[in-house]
Design a protein. Sequence first.
Length: 261
Amino acid sequence: MSSRKTRAGSGHGKRSRRARKSLQDFDRTARLLRGDLTERYGEHEAEALVRDARERYLDILPQVPWVAGRGAPVMNSFLWITAQELAVYQAVEARGGDASEAWELCHTAIRLRMERVPRWKRWLLNRLMFSGLVRRVIKRRAMNQELVRAGDFETRSVVGDGIAFDHGVDYVRCGNLELARKVGADAFAPYLCMSDIALSEGLGWGLIRTQTLADGCSHCDFRFKQGGETRISSRTPEVQATIDRIARKEAKQAASAVSPG
């Protein structure tokens, strides 16, 4: 009996530590986004939006599964970010906003987070992605037709030709999508996939993707090309319109930043 209580207490302690850590991550992201939120909504409304999103995040956290085993840290970080984005979506929607508005905030947050990743760490993550070790693992899994499971994620590996892409992964099941459905945010699910735009650009992964499970397709087709351009599209028209609009806005801002005077 005492050993069972000890294990139960240990499990509860781990969950509490994870919740505290994830909440700290939410607060750091909110601080990064404060200036953009204030410019868009004004100080009072921005603070109210952050408070609401934080409360919603606390409600979502118990529903976020914890992935164990190989690859767990990456998958768990994806799920935490997804939970934050879902909380923002719910808070924006509660104030009469829509998914497109919520996604622009989330996209900006990811950009700001990536800017604060040290250059050496981005370099290391890029080298790891295209390392001989990763290539060998991809090749072995593809040859054996392995279906790799990590929590609610299931993937198949794809060997590239080195021209169109170096290697790839097909997601046939996605924990991020299942979490969105669990909290009743199906309409926002295709936007969540667009997190990979800022991630790929920030880490130099050259990600090419033309379809996702959230778009209603059979799988998400991740294809990576070292030194390549990030080319991610959505088959959901309103999502594609949103990322096109954001891309035009960012291009205009970049041009203004380098223009004389």
